[in-house]
Design a protein around this ligand. Structure first.
Ligand SMILES: [Zn+2]
Length: 394
């Protein structure tokens, strides 16, 4: 059988060949020098096949005793069974069922199917998923798409503004994909933008000016990540604010401040991430950073937003939390610049609760539903109560 996998894709990061037993051996390309960190991503095209394909993802040997335990962030192989996705050719990612963990990696079966399919491990989003939204925005009279410049390895960094009319009460900033492997944020963000541009979003785009930075870590999206998923060339984007060693972080920061100076005043900021603290823990949270672990009189406002969002969305077992500040993160930088606490949203990576009756929506639908709920929740909460320290132009 000729090789049905397209491993020439820029973000493929894998070699795939057929073993003597007919099984397709997938060998991810990742450096061995990443401090024992075994995370990787791959995204490859797949030709039409009339029969199912048995596959084995080979990875660095792991301790068989901890397979399935997910004890820390370093051993990706232990969660491979929840990180394999197939686009059946309709442009939508679905989590593959019955992925079996083995000491060498994971075994899975790809069903037969038509052309245009894609297999992703680790990061089921691709540049075309972002460009679908950029194209939608470019065709809309209510959006402006800006290419801010280029990231460290040359990938384009994008910003969108969505608004209609001149009566916006304030600006809402949404950022995602500072960490390339935290793909759920981009998925939710794309759905949020799609909702704002749809007829259902008319009131939301009239009440607020939405400043959207969907993929700050542009190189991670366009070129894939290898080894340590948190960093670009050894640098963590969410520790680079104010330092600006990474051009992509500087570009987003300068555009954001410029837009906010032009007004209307800031109403809220959310930064989308994807928690993964423990295999058995959803890792989802709505947090805010405070220098001393306390927010003082503005705490009820931030906690109120968190609780409102958790109530309105299928946000897994979302937790409200205050985490300590101090490192040059995005929220710390923003607070230093304009005195506003942005809120960090950690989506769940592996573990969403079953809906009533035990039915769970397919993978992509979960993050999309969250993105729409986030837009509606921001609008409802901010319409009801402005941040105590702000006087939006109402
Ligand atoms: Zn993150």
């Amino acid at each position: 059988m000729t090789n049905p996998f397209h491993t020439h894709c820029p973000a493929a990061c894998a070699e795939i060949e057929q073993g003597t037993d007919g099984r397709w051996i997938i060998r991810p390309d990742a450096p061995a020098h990443a401090g024992g960190n075994q995370w990787f991503s791959l995204c490859v095209g797949l030709d039409a096949t009339s029969q199912a394909l048995e596959c084995a993802i080979h990875w660095l040997p792991i301790n068989a005793e901890v397979a399935g335990e997910y004890p820390d962030n370093h051993n990706f192989a232990t969660v491979l069974d929840r990180c394999c996705f197939l686009d059946h050719g309709d442009g939508r990612w679905q989590r593959l069922e019955k992925v079996e963990l083995i000491p060498e990696g994971a075994c899975l079966r790809l069903p037969s199917g038509g052309p245009g399919r894609r297999l992703a491990v680790g990061m089921p989003v691709a540049p075309e998923d972002l460009h679908t939204v950029l194209d939608l925005a470019q065709a809309s009279p209510h959006a402006q798409v800006r290419r801010l410049g280029h990231a460290r390895r040359g990938s384009p960094v994008w910003a969108l503004t969505v608004s209609e009319g001149d009566r916006a009460q304030g600006s809402i900033v949404v950022q995602s994909l500072q960490h390339a492997q935290e793909w759920g944020g981009l998925r939710a963000h794309a759905a949020l933008i799609g909702h704002l541009l749809s007829p259902a979003g008319a009131a939301l785009r009239r009440r607020w000016r939405w400043l959207c930075y969907p993929a700050t870590n542009a190189d991670g999206l366009y070129q894939g990540w290898r080894g340590d998923p948190m960093v670009v060339d050894g640098l963590n984007p969410n520790r680079d604010w104010g330092t600006f060693t990474l051009n992509e972080v500087r570009l987003v920061a300068e555009d954001m401040l410029g837009c906010l100076r032009a007004g209307p005043a800031l109403a809220h900021v959310v930064d989308l991430h994807m928690g993964w603290n423990h295999r058995q823990h959803p890792g989802s949270a709505v947090g805010v950073a405070a220098p001393d672990g306390d927010l003082g009189p503005i705490r009820p406002w931030h906690q109120g937003f968190a609780e409102d969002l958790i109530r309105r969305s299928a946000f897994s077992d979302g937790q409200w939390e205050i985490h300590r500040r101090g490192r040059p993160t995005f929220p710390a930088w923003l607070h230093g610049e304009i005195g506003f606490h942005g809120q960090t949203l950690e989506l769940s990576r592996h573990h969403w609760p079953s809906a009533d009756g035990g039915w769970e929506p397919p993978s992509q639908a979960r993050e999309e539903a969250f993105g729409i709920a986030l837009a509606e929740s921001l609008d409802a909460y901010l319409s009801d109560q402005a941040h105590p320290a702000l006087t939006p132009n109402r």
